[in-house]
Design a protein around this ligand. Sequence first.
Ligand code: ADP
Ligand code: MG
Length: 303
Amino acid sequence: MSTPDPSTPDLSHVAPREKAEILAQALPYIRQFHGKTIVIKYGGNAMTDPALQQDFAEDVVLLKLVGLNPVVVHGGGPQIDEALTRVGKKGQFIQGMRVTDEETMEVVEWVLAGQVQQDIVGLINAAGGKAVGLTGRDGGMIRARKLKMVDRDDPEKLHDMGQVGEIESIDPSVVKALQDDQFIPVISPIGFGKENESYNINADLVAGKLAEVLRAEKLVLLTNIKGVLDKEGKLLTDLTAKRIDELFADGTISGGMMPKIASALDAAKNGVHAVHIIDGRVPHAMLLEILTDQAYGTMIRSH
Ligand code: ADP
Ligand code: MG
């Protein structure tokens, strides 16, 4: 017998029959999603725990090995904050987006592409996958322009967000080429503009748009909360466009949840079949969501 991995929880109390049933439950999902693309937004806040990071990497590899095509887009909020603090700067946010001056952009680029992305690539490779890290510059993937951020309450007012970008277009050919060769793309949300300048783009927005252009079957946004919560803090398991409008209007959705829901809804409206916001703090949440009957977090529907 092989020595059990100390990071693997002890499942000896689970009856063999139950274990078999759980495994068998995955079959219809594996069949349904075989060969299909699943875009996963990972991180920032969902990736601060090393044990969870390893679970995540293993889940991605497992999905790939059973024939799905996972594509990872990562964030890096807490890691960027930490690096900014080290250089004596403080992050400033407007409507859930990070104001990005030139110096902050430098930090954003090296933290995202140099550190966070390479950490994820390393973990996936250690788990037996073949991950390749990319930024939006690679293969000319993400063209961007300066974001015009309109104030939520005063449509006349524009906020200067510095080098925060909005996506102009995504060319997914580099991602497709990697998928065809069985690689797992891990993408940092950095775009480039007309003058070859860099843009910091919210990772949820990149994940959503990428899911659309790849005609992905699923978009899974892993975050650091149970899902979308109502005013009383209760989980909303199902959301339609109409309900989302109401939640925006009465201020229930704020901060980083704003770009997340906007992106999720856009993807749902533009052909991504299933869009989920789930709790990345739950071990193997993504695997449970994709390969079992268990529903987690919030599902976003276009109507
Ligand atoms: P991530 O790194 O996963 O993108 P963010 O901090 O950007 O995380 O966005 C998730 C955060 O959005 C939650 O931790 C929560 O503080 C905030 N949030 C605001 N409104 C809501 C809401 N209605 N339901 C759930 N979370 C919300
Ligand atoms: Mg966020």
